[in-house]
Write a protein that binds this ligand. Structure first.
Ligand code: UD1
Length: 429
């Protein structure tokens, strides 16, 4: 398997273009199941996760064409007919969000058989809220041998769905199913992540009637059919935040383009508090740090607009070099500090107790071999490696490839010394 070698110490200077959001793109791709007309998604990121989903969608009857359009990479998805409403385990387990094909399949064909996604390194991540939402919309749900069998032969019906806690995936799933239900659906305690508004914008352009997406109350008037449309995927706020943190970590000055600074307001407030300079522009932001040492600040992850759990590992990397002690609390996932022991291999001083990590800043990190454990954790090791003395070798980089497009090229363009060492097919222990 591939590894990434980083020779630390170079300041980052330059411009990094931000790609379309992975977490939005994969839900927008699932929306193609809802219509027999083509859906053209522009600003598409090219990632392992979008490829996994494309493979599954093709199995269900979606023609998927990736092409370079006038505005850059785009994907056209066309499902004239659903040829199979079965999503097998071998495809769903590769990417949890594939589970979100269940709702659109039931909405369009009246039935579906979709594998449960199974466990995951950052916690149990059940799908009970997804299933409750589909039941509320009138689907019969049975579980057998790791599969969900959903039936709604006479179609779905609008319902009031009050989520007991905020779930991004369950809110999106309910929205994807309710757009074709009869009557009105009201989602309360809905997730407010910007990807929800992006999905609603696309669905509305397809003829759906969704209002309030991006707020805790979402209203959906079901329609009989949806049609094709063109939609530009929103910028990736996690990629934006990750590169902003990389620049803060190494020092230097980096301009991030093709994005929106307000998507990461909570992170930027914390970075400014820590002593990083931030300038906002119409098409992004510039992050700058001169030689001065950073100050430790505390963060607690929360649903949007709170501090994103997907930026917690990268922020922890930054705090390893800050002056003082930072307390980082994780409230979304129960096992999301696996990067801490890996950062400690680089010399970081971190103690973890339950959902809380205490990071006591050290003057310098030293390169070492480390192992990526999940998507966001892996990029925190890259960020730390950029500032460490000597060489850091990150293994299991397939985690990175799931969610970061051309990472080495984007960092390399700003002066970082990052190279990929292709694997020779051997399996890492
Ligand atoms: C999405 C994002 C992920 C991000 C997370 C939180 C995608 C593809 N992934 O994941 O990058 O870290 O939001 O911002 O968009 N839960 C249940 N039952 C359910 C559903 C969720 O107990 O049916 C729990 C989860 O285990 C977790 C919490 O709810 O503890 C929040 O999860 P959720 O918001 O659903 O995250 P995802 O949609 O899986």
């Amino acid at each position: 398997m591939d590894r990434i070698a980083i020779s630390g110490g170079a300041q980052l200077e330059g411009v990094i273009p931000i790609s379309g959001a992975k977490n939005s793109a994969i839900k927008l791709m699932a929306a193609s199941l809802l219509t027999d007309e083509p859906l053209r998604l522009t600003n598409m990121p090219r990632l392992a996760d979008t490829r996994f989903l494309a493979r599954l969608l093709e199995r269900l009857g979606v023609e998927v064409v990736e092409q370079d359009g006038p505005e850059g990479p785009e994907t056209v998805l066309h499902a004239p007919e659903i040829v199979s409403a079965i999503a097998p385990y071998d495809l769903v387990r590769q990417m949890r969000a594939s589970f979100n094909v269940l709702g659109p399949l039931v909405a369009r064909t009246g039935q579906a058989k979709v594998s449960l996604p199974g466990g995951c390194t950052i916690g149990a991540r059940p799908v009970d809220l997804h299933l409750e939402a589909l039941r509320a919309l009138g689907a019969t749900i049975d579980l057998h041998e790791g599969y969900v069998y959903a039936q709604a032969p006479r179609g779905l019906t609008g319902a009031e769905i009050a989520f007991p806690f905020v779930s991004v995936g369950a809110t999106e799933h309910a929205m994807l199913a309710a757009v074709l239900a009869k009557g009105e659906t009201v989602l309360s305690n809905a997730a407010c992540e910007p990807e929800l508004a992006d999905l609603a914008d696309c669905l509305n352009a397809m003829g759906a009637k969704v209002s309030g997406a991006g707020t805790p109350i979402v209203r959906i008037q079901g329609v009989d059919r949806l049609h094709g449309t063109d939609h530009a995927v929103m910028p990736d706020r996690i990629e934006t935040g990750t590169f902003a943190l990389a620049a803060a970590m190494t020092g230097g000055e980096v301009r991030l383009t093709g994005t929106r600074s307000e998507l990461i307001d909570t992170l930027l407030d914390k970075m400014i508090e820590a002593g990083v300079e931030v300038r906002r522009h119409e098409d992004g932001l510039t992050v700058k740090r001169n030689g001065s040492r950073l100050r430790a600040v505390e963060v607690t992850t929360d649903p949007y607009p709170g501090f994103a759990t997907d930026l917690q590992a990268q922020f922890m990397a930054l705090m390893t070099l800050a002056e003082g002690e930072s307390v980082i609390r994780e409230t979304i996932f129960e096992n999301r500090f696996m990067h801490a022991p890996e950062l400690m291999r680089l010399g970081a001083d971190i103690s973890v107790s339950g959902g809380e990590a205490r990071v006591r800043g050290v003057p310098a990190l030293d390169g070492a071999p480390v192992m990526a454990t999940d998507l966001r954790a892996s990029v925190s090791l890259v960020i730390a490696g950029l500032a460490a003395r000597g060489e850091t070798l990150v293994s299991r980089v397939y985690h990175l490839d799931r969610g970061f497009e051309r990472l080495e090229e984007k960092l390399g363009g700003c002066g970082a010394k990052v190279r990929r060492i292709p694997g020779n097919g051997e399996v890492e222990a």
